[in-house]
Design a binder for this molecule. Sequence first.
Ligand code: E9O
Length: 558
Amino acid sequence: MWNFRADFSPGRNDGFSNEWWKFPLKKTGNVIPMPVPSSFNDITTDFKLREYVGWVWYDREVYASSDWRNKRVVLRIDSAHYFTQVWLNGVEVMSHVGGHLPFEAKVNDALKFGQINLLTVAVNNTLSPLTLPPGTVHYANDPKSYPPGYFTMTGQFDFFNYAGIHRSVRLYTTPTVYVDDITIITKNASRSQVAQSDRLVNSITISNPTLWRPYSEDLKNPGYQYTLKVELRNSMNGEIDVYRQKFGIRTIRWTDTQLLINDKPFYCHGVAKHEDSDIRGKGLDYPLIARDFNMLNWLGANCFRTSHYPYAEEIMDQADAQGVVVFDESPGVGISKTNMGPENLKHHLDVMKELVRRDKNRPSVIIWSVANEPQSNYDEARDYFKSVIDFTRKLDPTRPISFADAQNYDTCKAAQFVDIIFVNRYYSWYSDMGHTEVVAYQLPENLNGWHNKFKKPVIITEYGADTISGLHTEPANPFSEEYQAKMLESYHKVFDDLKKKFLVGEMVWNFADFMTDYAVNRVNGNKKGLLTRQRQPKAAAHRIRERYWRIINANNST
Ligand code: E9O
């Protein structure tokens, strides 16, 4: 529990003008206990805090052992949403832009060893056209209709803008000479090694290795990982930094019509997810992670997309260990034509750099997804996405790159740069609602269109219907459990046909119900989950389970 205070002053700037980082927060006014990690929004019963936009302040005391004096001490925040500024004993030690990736700094100069230290963290959740994801603040200029100071913020995306210190905060130590980063590239020994001159490059040959396999390919021994132990010895004082990095040995390859893991065609049958749950919002929670992986396995989902931002490292660790394939998505959701300027691009590249640095050694990650549903039909999208994709490919030439598209093949300006086409489709939901009989016509036309134009494999990265758990109608009306099942099944007939051709994956939107902003089509959130927000199955979940396990069992019996 940290001390917490939201800055409700009109400009949200009292904390900065009164230098709240200089004293314990409780000296500045009323504080409340706030759990870390967690979103702050759903902890209290205060509507104003749930809706809060601006700076919130956290602080706590932390004891630093005097044994640490001769070490390098690092403060790491696994993630905080969105802008973060951090002080230790009143000294600013770091700041970070972006809500979903870790940041850290050496803090020796600010730390008092053998004493209690004051750690202060200010977090601002205001989104703008320059943030990822983008958002807009709207001021009401009509005093007759709105109270003074009234403003709202909308995001260009369909999930609640939960905020706060979302993941763990830790102090750790290393020797003064330390391993900063390790990149492990696994390849067939027969292929030649390219050395990078500014790095230490070493190669190790493992004969007859146990490969990393998705659990759907190897039910007995999925997700096999090795551990590389690296020791760096400081010849001046004999100190050793030891770093243990897990890795898996597997290849990814793709052709015009196939995606191959370990040279075997791989079919993704899975879900798109969210980091979202009751009370915690987007806060890290181990029971939730464990439950989600149990339910992924129950469903037979062999893959998930980290829609629409990078997930916690603890989640990624489970995907690696359990052999679940991941499409690793950046927070580039809802990029419209106006968010494709040079400043946007620079930030997007920075984010890709942070994401690839964090996840490059993960065997589960087989695709980078640089965005979700951008306005790819505008000319601006051509250069913008070419730059993002080229840059990402330079960072990691080993994995395919894509983004999830909701535009059409004849208007999309950016799909030409991806390796695998991702499409989000909602026939019989957002168009022709209630009429699943159109799916057999519209879906094959569309998927064939993408493949024929771009000559690339296609994955449907979203399809689904909002469903109120417990609502039953026969015949199946939209929002009933029957309709969700009927709609998904109408897509499956098409998938089964195209699977033999160029379709290499299907992902239901969404794994579970999740919170969104208020909207007339959102009844306390988006209800397209196969599971409720409490992770219990709706009727369609049972159908998906039958389908996915049928695919797995057929695969494993041949
Ligand atoms: C993005 C996701 O975050 N895709 C949306 C999902 C939804 O449930 C949202 O939660 O709304 C669907 C985009 C649908 C675009 C198709 C519009 C077709 C109009 C005829």
